[in-house]
Design a binder for this molecule. Sequence first.
Ligand code: IFM
Length: 484
Amino acid sequence: MTSLRNETSTEIRFPAGFRWGAATAAYQIEGAAAEGGRGPSIWDTFCRTPGKVLNGENGDIAVDHYHRFADDIALMADLGLTAYRFSISWPRVQPAGAGRANEEGLDFYRRLVDALLAAGIEPWPTLYHWDLPQPLEDAGGWPERETAHRFADYADLVHAALGDRVRNWTTVNEPWCAAFLGYASGEHAPGRIDPAGSLRAAHHLLLGHGLAVEAMRARTPDNGFGAAVNLYAVSPATGDPADVDAARRIDGLQNRLFLDPLLLGRYPEDVLADTGPYGFAPSDADLAVIGRPIDHLGINYYSRHTVAGTPGEAAQTASSPFSTQSPWVGSDHVRFVPAGRPVTGMGWEIDASGLHEILTRLRREYPSVPLYITENGAGYDEVLDESGTVRDAARIAYLDGHLRACHEAITEGVPLRGYFTWSLLDNFEWAWGYSKRFGLVHVDYATQRRVPKDSARWYAGVIGRGGLPGRGQRAGHGEGTGQP
Ligand code: IFM
């Protein structure tokens, strides 16, 4: 490998061709909920259910990206992004979740992709970022096997429209959240509390991924296909066997339940045993579809879980201010405990070393596949200051620390090929409504005015120089105080 470290300036350089991106998702930014023939999704319904989303907010308008995408692409170009990860809204493309495509919906994505390509930015679409068409939920949702087949049909429609200009595709985003927050704890849409159903949902999301890849690959075998999973480093709170067992269980449900079928073609035996009472018995034939080789794996990383298996007080790790139910099916006795690290505005502990741990673990324990960080970022409750900008030094420190962890993994031989920060713009943060801001760019939700934060300028500098200043010159450290 060519040297990634410029010895004279001690700058940390990423490999040539490393993709520098930012990520978003359709329901969180597009708005235009009733335009262009879009149908209702489970998030439209969930947001209208009292007590599910903070302040009763919703994505009807969001940050109006549907109408402002050209301006948003200009912002991306100013940042120097080489790739942009966005999601395609299934109910915009196929309002009933089945049948013919809504051409007006596809046209929006044709225009978006063409404008990205014209700006020299690689489009990196995700086909499912949680906005299931409501009619499919009415027919049983992800716990039903049929939904996986409907997803593959939808993927095929999108691919037929865009496959000539999109090279890299992500099927499903964070199937853990879609399955367990959606169907076990009910913190996310569709808000069901059905532990057995949530395991079937996880399986059908993976099956949908496999079927979709099969369908798309048949048309363009040279395109790249993968899924994006949200992985956590997991540590036991102490060496007590109950805590060690708790860490095994949470690692199993969070990480291995998705990585093993995708990369090894099997489910982890211990997780099948932990969830045994819920009758989860996936077939080998399905696993063969799920486990077909992929071209890249997306990793969404935010934090580390520290867990205990003994009774006591638990930390707040909920994905909703209204959370009451555990999403950890078969392991709901596990407590999430604070390990004393600084936290983001979401209350998530900042631990860049966990990202390095995950990347090197993937290299050690799984067959080699090109990796991308498809999400990484920090949410805060931010306001514009008197100078009219956001001095988000804590976000810069977070990103700096995590990029250093990525670089370290690359120097150790991990095939990490790109990094997409979450998120380009402040947006609708699911059950937290608009209260948490993850963007590099601040959005005034009343006027839709965009103002790049300090972190946007900082990230543009990183992209411009293809790396970070050397130690001693660094902007901050994500593992330390959370402050630069
Ligand atoms: O906003 C979400 C995104 O939709 C999925 N991954 C985590 C982000 C921050 O919570």
